[in-house]
Design a protein around this ligand. Structure first.
Ligand SMILES: Nc1ncnc2c1ncn2[C@@H]1O[C@H](COP(=O)(O)OP(=O)(O)OP(=O)(O)O)[C@@H](O)[C@H]1O
Ligand SMILES: [Mg+2]
Length: 255
């Protein structure tokens, strides 16, 4: 068991008077890889958006623990939060389609460091120190043409995951990172997640509808429905829980 990484208290998000997230008290990050599951519209993405401050909370407090320090991130900006090592996936790098896969990876490192992101292309030292790491990722995922553009949705998804990993987060929020990826690439992402959590001490919270993946990788699973986290526990308990079956997996499910 690890020490906690995130503590949410009375976190509420309303859209036009409708409550879409309501989390009175929950702690994330006490295990290396945790899963967050639930039906469509449960509020999983909104919860990740609230933690990373992509959208603001209606009310609540979010505390982040890093190097034994407690940091209130409730009012910090998206960029400040990622600079603190709390990074999220699933921002497809659509704005830089004119860059090659290799260049997009390098650019991803610029966000926390430079006011003007393009300065990174002049930073020979950083380029040199990260070149090998980027090369390792390119080899690992077997990109067809690293000097071409990321064309497929799958390549963009992988690029986003690699972008996150290059930032060396303490805590990584992944919103459906493997949706649409072929099985061999999904397996590689899983292996990478395991390596990062066991060897480098990263904590990961992964949202997925691929329940086979969730049961396989998660040490702890949260079940969310109608904006609330109703259940948490080890995968074997959560998959057998009657509420989870009734509200999500349904009869005849092999999940
Ligand atoms: N910007 C918005 N304005 C109004 N309602 C929103 C907004 N964003 C999300 N919602 C609503 O909030 C609820 C939760 O949505 P959310 O995307 O967080 O669900 P989810 O659990 O991620 O679902 P999925 O599994 O389909 O990705 C939904 O009812 C959705 O329609
Ligand atoms: Mg979602």
């Amino acid at each position: 068991m690890r020490t906690k990484a995130l503590h949410l208290q009375n976190v509420v998000k309303k859209y036009g008077g409708r409550t879409v997230v309501n989390v009175p008290d929950i702690t994330f990050g006490t295990h290396g890889i945790e899963g967050l599951i639930g039906p469509n519209g449960a509020g999983k993405t909104t919860l990740i958006n609230l933690i990373s401050h992509k959208v603001g909370m209606t009310q609540g407090q979010i505390l982040y623990y890093k190097d034994e320090k407690e940091i209130d991130i409730s009012n910090k900006s998206f960029d400040e939060i990622s600079r603190l090592g709390l990074v999220r996936s699933n921002q497809i790098i659509q704005d830089f389609e004119s860059l090659s896969i290799r260049e997009s990876m390098l650019l991803s490192l610029a966000t926390p460091k430079y006011e003007k992101f393009y300065n990174i292309f002049c930073d020979k030292e950083l380029r040199k120190s990260t070149e090998q790491e980027i090369e390792r990722y390119l080899d690992y995922f077997h990109f067809d043409n690293p000097d071409g553009h990321a064309l497929s949705a799958g390549e963009k998804k992988l690029l986003d995951i690699i972008r996150c990993m290059l930032l060396k987060p303490n805590f990584l929020l992944m919103d459906e990172p493997t949706a649409g990826l072929p099985q061999d690439q999904t397996d590689k992402v899983v292996e990478l997640m395991r390596r990062k959590t066991t060897e480098e001490g990263m904590s990961i919270l992964i949202v997925e509808h691929d329940l086979d993946l969730i049961w396989k990788v998660s040490e702890n699973v949260f079940f969310m429905a109608e904006g609330e986290i109703l259940i948490q526990g080890v995968p074997d308990e959560v998959r057998k829980n009657q509420t989870v079956i009734n509200k999500y997996m349904g009869e005849g499910s092999n999940a």
